[in-house]
Write a protein that binds this ligand. Structure first.
Ligand code: HEC
Length: 154
């Protein structure tokens, strides 16, 4: 009986998650993805200030927290915030180019690279080596830019 209860709860939560995703309208998707990028950008800025520009004292704990936040966001399934009617030719207040849906292989490639580099940054940050962190920070930055160059309007 107990197991059934837990199972039912799990199934209900799953069904609920599915429903809420399906119901997320285009405006909410756009807001959520912009917020996700802003949040990653904030965390990238912290790493840059400490490991690259060295204008803020290096703090391995803070760098690790920032890298974890970026990796978690990258792995959170951002693709769900990209419904085909959310590009700038169809929706307001977005800079997503329609090319994102016209070149799905390229979109997968730049998205995959980004997740890989973000995961690697998380690994490197856990080791606390400043030079290695600076190097991997640059690699992540490049992967952000690759997507922007292809799919984000100026
Ligand atoms: C898979 C493609 C992709 C990747 C990877 C990506 N971005 Fe973006 N980014 C976009 C798109 C598309 C937009 C525009 C979103 C919109 O307006 O709907 C955007 C918007 C932004 C914005 C502006 C958000 C706003 O408020 O309008 C910032 C800041 C940003 N990205 C930073 C980053 C950083 C930092 C990274 C890497 C850590 C990154 N992005 C990785 C595609 C990407």
């Amino acid at each position: 009986m107990k197991t059934t209860g837990i199972l039912t709860t799990a199934m209900f939560s799953l069904a609920f998650a599915g429903t809420s995703l399906a119901q997320m309208d285009v405006e909410d998707q756009i807001e959520a993805r912009q917020a996700a990028y802003q949040f990653m950008s904030w965390n990238m800025g912290k790493i840059k200030a400490q490991a690259v520009d060295e204008e803020v004292e290096f703090n391995a704990q803070q760098i690790m927290a920032a890298a974890n936040a970026i990796a978690a966001t990258a792995n959170s399934g951002l693709g769900a915030l990209y419904s085909p009617d959310s590009s700038m030719d169809k929706a307001d207040d977005t800079r997503l180019k329609p090319e994102f849906f016209e070149q799905p292989e390229k979109a997968r490639e730049v998205g995959g690279n980004f997740v890989r580099e973000a995961n690697k940054l998380q690994e490197v940050a856990a080791n606390g080596d400043k030079a290695a962190i600076a190097e991997q920070f640059a690699a992540v930055g490049k992967s952000c830019k690759a997507c922007h160059d292809n799919f984000r309007a100026d």
